[in-house]
Design a protein around this ligand. Sequence first.
Ligand code: ZN
Length: 116
Amino acid sequence: MYLAQKNIGIQKWVAGISVILLLAKTTAYFLTGSVSIMTDALESIVNVIAGFFGLYSLYLSAKPRDADHPYGHGKIEFVSAALEGGMIFIAGILILYEAVVNVAIRRNVTCGNTHQ
Ligand SMILES: [Zn+2]
């Protein structure tokens, strides 16, 4: 189980860094008001959720086989991957929608800087 523990250790770093990136992007959005930074921050929420679900799935997949799961628990990682893919897809649609609405409909373009 050495490799599984190593993977869990790496994923803890990945999940932790995703939180730091989300906080940094959220701060950058409040400082700039930039829509592109906001969508990037929203996409980071997906990374945080996926990071922690990935961590949980690694923890589950490291469990030894038992009566309920005679082939082990490794397949949970495919569930995690499918969840992450689904969230990225939905986030992509939302960001695309926001971008199209901003370009095509909203006329009041701001550069985001409040003191110009
Ligand atoms: Zn089980």
